[in-house]
Design a protein around this ligand. Sequence first.
Ligand code: UN1
Length: 498
Amino acid sequence: MASKVEEFGLFIDGTWSSPSPAKRFETINPATREPIGSFVAGSPDDVRRAVAAAATAFPAWKAVPAPKRGDLLLEAARRLKERKAEVGRIVTREMGKVISEGLGDVQEAIDFIEYMAGEGRRLVGETVPSELRSKFCLTVRQPKGVVACITPWNFPTAIPNWKIAAALISGNTVVFKPASNTARCAVEVVRIYEEAGLPAGVLNLVTGSGGVVGNALVSDPRVRTVSFTGGVDTGREVYVRGAQSLKMVHLELGGKNPVILMEDADLGLALDGVLFGAFGTAGQRCTATSRLIVHRDVYDDFLGRLTERLDRFPVGDPLDPRTGMGPVASADQEKKILDYIAIGKKEARLRYGGSKLTGGAYDRGFFIAPTIFETTHGTRISKEEIFGPVLSVIRVGDYDEAVRVANDVDYGLSSSIYTRDVNRAFRAMEDLEAGITYVNAPTIGAEVQLPFGGVKNTGNGGREAGSVAIDEFTEIKTVFVDFSSKLQKAQIEDGPGE
Ligand code: UN1
């Protein structure tokens, strides 16, 4: 008999428990299909209990001075640092990204928690002059209340922490609903806060499906803010549902991120960048390089070098430090990506890869060859988000055409240009319709102290990370203090008798 899979409960009001009877689901290692853990498929009732716990815990958490909340965050970060190697392995085993990236995922979580801990000593407002004498005007930030953090599987420790740490430092309480296929990672995220001594009810975990747990959370009128990262279709549903109770809904959705390669670029540098941008995390980043827009003068040379490098790019066991790319994250991912590859084969020229990898250890997991299509702008693979190791290469004649192509998609998250011409680099900074532009670096690799988010269908205007992360989780209160001891009227001229 197979050994029993480790079971995990929900974390509500400071306690791990499983409702009985509980429906359960399992997560698996996408490299081997071995089970990783068994989790509760939460019910609407579980969500109600979690939201109630968060609502009850809110007044006391709000009253904790923000620098003290920061101390708690620092302690959580310290614990995660101590366990980085172990948690990085859990990320790789459950999600499939190579171990250096599994560790990077955890490092990004640590970086952000530490950064937000410092925010406990800022949470800045404004002081501005009044139009009247003896009157003082300022703004303060206040927490919103209960927030829901609904997170994806591709950065299973970093992205939850982008949301949770920012929500907590601002004084909110949280119900966390992670992607189902990385529920084990979510348990680790919650544990570090639990071990750091977060009061009961301040952070609650409800695992389960988006259709049940996610919907119940987004519909609950006690939840004031929803922070969601995921696909566009789900994001739109979350937005509409949240609107019913006039919630603030923060969305971070897809991308179709271009690297523009100009004829004067350092091609060796660009080669490393494109490989990492397109095939790092098996292309499963919102910021992944999914389009390479190349000047015709360097097109053949660059593509030749790129495919040569791919011949020496090992795909396989993500725990082996020599591996360049692991499996894709799930059977669903594999199907979706292979469907796009089939579409690509009809509408474009397959230049490299283009199939599921089979034989030996590949047969146990979800492995897809790094894939390159040569295509013209306008095909489905050149415009739709694939979220896999599939790169569309498009030949252009000059900078203007490159920018036109780069901008002519529904998304606008990340973008990049490789050029040695400083004027052109600065022009690109202005011209590219995206929330992030890199110069001489690939589209991935954002740092936590800067805002992260995008334009067009990538979101609805908000940004995560950076100091602006707290905008999502705070209400601004405007305060007027009149110390003139008389009624002063703004905007109104002194009338007769005054
Ligand atoms: C994502 O793909 O959703 O910039 C997040 C990067 C990472 C974060 C990506 N730091 O690629």
